[in-house]
Design a protein around this ligand. Structure first.
Ligand code: AMP
Length: 219
């Protein structure tokens, strides 16, 4: 399907056209309209399926439609297992958002590097925060950010979050998020722990008739 049939705004279509994509991949065709409707989505998606654009594009559209909050607030939180994936997604967010009329603040945080520059960068909050779980909790412990008004949570490569032993951290982060938010859940595989987490996050299960996306609406 063509990207222009998915309900995306002209600045986002321009950024997509610049990438030279001929048409949307199946995960993009299924997920983008569902996310734009405000529903929760969980999808079985491999790396290389185009899943990053499938959640980044509609989230950017939603963010640019609403003015920014103030303080140490994060509006979209993207949790990932590794710093490489964090950097990659941060780059995609900047690239796809480059023609939006409002400048969105995007930050990428991960462990293994000094926390101070990340704390300074988080002053004034962020529209999009891409984070690994441990460093996110460290930043919260330092009072560098608040998750009180997160509008959307993305869990990317969820199976790998579990495989790398982030289950406890995930539970602690989820407990800090507001219950009313959009949740987007992507995983290449659904072993039992991932399945249980997906189900626990799936508060209303209206599912799309699609092999790899299920959608549920916020109450
Ligand atoms: P991802 O699955 O998000 O890691 O994306 C894998 C690669 O596919 C990235 O290099 C993207 O730039 C590329 N890509 C994303 N969407 C499309 C598309 N619709 N057509 C062709 N390539 C795409």
């Amino acid at each position: 399907m063509s990207f222009s049939d998915l309900g995306l705004s002209p600045p986002l279509l321009r950024a997509v056209a610049e990438r030279g994509y001929a048409e949307a991949t199946p995960i993009q065709t299924a997920a983008i309209p569902a996310i734009l409707r405000g529903g929760d989505v969980w999808a079985s998606a491999q790396t290389g399926s185009g899943k990053t654009a499938a959640f980044v594009l509609p989230l950017l559209q939603q963010l640019s439609a609403e003015p920014r909050g103030r303080g140490r607030f994060v509006r979209v939180l993207i949790l990932v297992p590794t710093r490489e994936l964090a950097a990659q997604i941060g780059e995609s967010v900047r690239r796809y958002g480059r023609y939006l009329p409002v400048a969105l603040k995007t930050l990428v945080v991960y462990g293994g590097v000094s926390i101070n520059p990340q704390m300074i960068a988080l002053g004034g909050g962020a529209d999009v925060l891409v984070a690994t779980p441990g460093r996110l909790l460290d930043l919260i412990a330092h009072n560098a950010l608040s998750l009180d008004v997160v509008e959307a949570l993305v869990l990317d490569e969820a199976y790998q979050l579990f495989a790398l032993g982030f289950a406890d951290e995930l539970g602690r982060i989820l407990a800090l998020l507001p219950p009313r938010r959009q949740t987007l859940f992507f995983s290449a595989t659904f072993p039992p722990a991932v399945w249980r987490l997906a189900e626990s996050l799936d508060r209303k299960s209206t599912r799309l008739n699609s092999s790899h996306v299920s959608e549920s609406r916020m109450p």
